[in-house]
Design a binder for this molecule. Structure first.
Ligand code: TUI
Length: 312
């Protein structure tokens, strides 16, 4: 089960848990790392002090490798970048921007740097800047997304760089795992399925929305101002898209979304909250432990081996 990713990071299985804002806190991240994957704390829009606490909690309960995702639009991004070094976090992933200005700081401290990219150009840029690997994330993902599908993006990123590629977006089971590896990925990142993990602290109402969702139940808001976000359709998305169509300003729309993810995750407000989820929500129908999810994803490894055996 070795790939360059398991070797570089010292993890048992080539599976990352997406560093989802509000969702991916220490309970989820430590459960995934304990189960042999890479658990990732999502800094989202949180202050640096909160991120430091989360890191310390993970370190208290496991010695296994884990990561922190730095969402680059976070107003405290500079401070969080330093916390990652001070707390000797083994792996950092980044999202929603270019982490170039932190690269030297992290590399000098020995942190493994794995930016999330949504294009092959960005992947090349990150490789030149010294990234250890990249996550190629297709637009099937939940949350902030790019414009290219996983099926098209992953092989193009694989061809564009020589560092290992982790595939993300639209992967929720062993079939997705196997498909990603056929495209040249050396690990996968899974988000939506981990939102409903038993160890996930996400409000039961949010979990039920994902468990009940079908393939067509997500919508992308914010396309008009260049910050597209995929989430499950509800009153919030309908209102947002209506205002967006009417040409509402970025500020007006921001007002609507401010704090909306917290509302969904913490308060279980499925009407006015932002229920970020990927297009694979329709595949996610059971609440399971992180260990069970990882075991099921690893079924994909056997699928690959079986196909190789029959000469496919
Ligand atoms: O970052 C994500 N997904 C996220 S972040 C997030 S928090 C949030 N909350 C409310 C509104 C907006 C965000 C929720 N989901 N995924 C990684 C990702 N990064 N997807 C796409 C990108 C990306 C986009 C452009 C990476 C780099 C990039 O480069 C632009 C540049 O600066 O050159």
């Amino acid at each position: 089960m070795e790939t360059r990713i398991t070797q570089i990071l010292g993890i048992a299985y080539p599976i990352f848990q997406g560093g989802m804002a509000w969702v991916a806190e220490w309970n989820l991240a430590s459960a995934v790392s304990k189960a042999g994957g890479l658990g990732i704390i999502g800094a989202g829009g949180a202050p640096a002090s909160f991120v430091r606490e989360q890191i310390r909690k993970v370190k208290e309960v496991t010695d296994r490798p884990f990561g922190v995702n730095l969402m680059l639009m976070n107003p405290e991004a500079d401070a969080i970048a330093r916390v990652i070094v001070e707390e000797q976090v083994p792996v950092v992933t980044t999202g929603a921007g270019n982490p170039g200005k932190y690269m030297a700081l992290w590399k000098e401290a020995g942190v493994k740097v794995i930016p999330v990219v949504a294009s092959s150009a960005m992947a090349k840029l990150m490789e030149r800047a010294g990234a250890d690997a990249v996550v190629a994330e297709g637009m099937e993902s939940g949350g902030h997304i790019g414009n290219i599908t996983t099926f098209a993006l992953v092989p193009q990123v694989v061809d564009a760089v020589s560092i290992p590629v982790i595939a993300a977006g639209g992967i929720a089971d062993g079939r997705g795992f196997a498909a990603a590896f056929m495209l040249g990925a050396e690990a996968v990142q899974v988000g939506t399925r981990f939102v409903v993990a038993k160890e996930s602290i996400v409000h039961e109402n949010y979990k039920r929305k994902i468990l009940g969702a079908k393939d067509i139940d997500s919508q992308v808001t914010g396309m008009s101002h260049g910050h597209p976000v995929r989430q499950i359709r509800n009153q919030m998305t309908r209102e947002y898209l209506k205002l967006e169509k009417e040409g509402a300003s970025f500020e007006e729309l921001e007002q609507l979304t401010l704090g909306a993810l917290r509302k969904a995750v913490v308060d279980g407000d499925t009407v006015n909250g932002t229920l970020m989820a990927g297009q694979v929500a329709g595949l996610v129908s059971r609440e399971e432990t992180c260990k069970e999810i990882i075991d099921d994803l690893m079924g994909g490894w056997n699928l690959l081996a079986a196909k190789a055996h029959v000469g496919m």
